[in-house]
Design a binder for this molecule. Structure first.
Ligand code: LMR
Length: 396
């Protein structure tokens, strides 16, 4: 049976971790997979999460199945974060949602739901987009198209070209937008640009599919929700996949949310049933643990405050690492302007160097990052920034 299967190349992102582990250079630097790291290179459990774990250990009395939609407290807390406390669409009972196994699980459930609406759905993704969008959405059977997003030459968003392409969309098309902290480029739409995308969605009738994996890592929890809230409150239908991997540091617990805004509450009720049916057909119901922790944090004022402080600290540290890298590059005599790294948002930056230069960084300097030239900013620290800057200057 299995001999018919072709061998596959390692995953473009996860494969880097394996290669990094095997490298024996003591000065190796890992800027690959998007995981937050502190100054010592560790990914600690957030203090708010550690406190929630203790509470959960004392409170949990059963390991019986949770309900098919997941933890309702988690869902409500996440919808407040994403849509705001006074969301009109929630008050109008237009939001269906399920807890999902990570942002990936959410993306997949929503893709399966779209296939159930029509096998002809086209999903437009940014060029470039997160590498795993392609298998997650494509394997569900949806047709993928791309819209221009980022210009490597100028290290900026190709907004006019993006809009020109999206003007060709038709009613029934889906446009995947990164809610904030675009992965892989770190280049985000401005508020004016979000407003223009909303107008175009109203004109063309496409359905925005918002992937929100880094809420709080750009400009703050509320500021980062601008695009999501704008679309949600002004369009009849919107879909949202959210992840708690990064902002709650719950990577391995697989915690996410799949939400669908429908144009009325009857369709919402039907959609809720459909979401649960899709989930049941793949994994039945989500794992309980991570969602329960998020529920504990978001339903306790003091823990929420502590968690927001931790998100703010991670964001501010990543911003200072961006400045530190640019400064070190200048100090090491780089004659190219890398100041765009400081303008980009969230966990990633696109260095806009060639795949050959990325390979040279790996082979000659043991610095690991994605072929597209995406670096995980959180992998930089005071100990490795000089080595990193020197290596970059030498391959450039
Ligand atoms: C990343 O983009 O590095 C993260 O979202 C981890 C992953 O699964 O790819």
């Amino acid at each position: 049976m299995f001999e018919v299967l072709p061998p596959l190349s390692p995953d473009p992102i996860l494969g880097l971790s394996a290669a990094f582990k095997e490298d024996t250079n003591p000065d190796k630097i890992d800027l690959g997979v998007g995981v937050y790291k502190d100054e010592q290179g560790n990914t600690p459990i957030l203090t708010s999460v550690a406190k929630a774990q203790k509470i959960l250990l004392e409170q949990e009395t059963s390991k019986a199945y949770i309900s098919p939609q997941g933890n309702q407290g988690f869902i409500d807390g996440m919808l407040s974060l994403l849509l705001g406390e006074t969301s009109q669409v929630r008050m109008a009972n237009r939001v269906a949602a399920v807890q999902a196994p990570g942002g990936c699980g959410a993306l997949r459930i929503l893709s399966e739901l779209l296939v159930r609406c029509s096998e002809k759905v086209r999903v437009w993704v940014s060029d470039p987009t997160w590498a795993n969008h392609i298998p997650l959405i494509g394997s569900a059977g949806l047709q993928l198209e791309t819209y221009p997003y980022f210009d490597k030459e100028t290290a900026s968003i190709r907004f006019d070209a993006m809009m020109e392409t999206l003007r060709k969309t038709e009613k029934g098309d889906v446009v995947l937008l990164h809610g904030c902290c675009h992965n892989p480029t770190g280049a985000d739409l401005t508020r004016d640009q979000w407003d223009a995308v909303l107008e175009l969605a109203q004109e063309r009738g496409f359905l925005p599919f918002l992937d929100v994996a880094y809420l709080g890592f750009g400009d703050g929890l509320d500021a980062d929700a601008y695009g999501v809230r704008l679309m949600a409150e002004n369009l009849p239908e919107v879909i949202i996949a959210a992840s708690c991997s990064k902002n709650f540091g719950l990577y391995r617990e697989r915690v996410g949310l799949a939400a669908v805004i429908s144009n009325n509450s009857q369709t919402r009720d039907i959609t809720q049933g459909q979401l649960q049916y899709v989930a049941r057909g793949i994994y039945s119901m989500p794992p309980s643990y991570g969602g329960a922790l998020v529920d504990i944090i978001l339903s306790d004022e003091a823990l929420t405050k502590e968690w927001i402080g931790e998100v703010d600290a991670m964001r501010n540290r990543m911003q200072s690492l961006r400045s530190m890298l640019v400064e070190k590059l200048n100090e090491n005599g780089l004659d190219r302007d890398f100041s765009f790294v400081e303008q980009q948002k969230g966990m990633f930056s696109f260095l806009c160097i060639s795949p050959q230069q990325v390979q040279a960084m790996r082979d000659e300097h043991s610095v690991y990052f994605v072929d597209s030239s995406r670096v995980n900013i959180a992998g930089i620290n005071k100990q490795n920034v000089d080595t990193l800057a020197k290596a970059l200057v030498s391959v450039l």
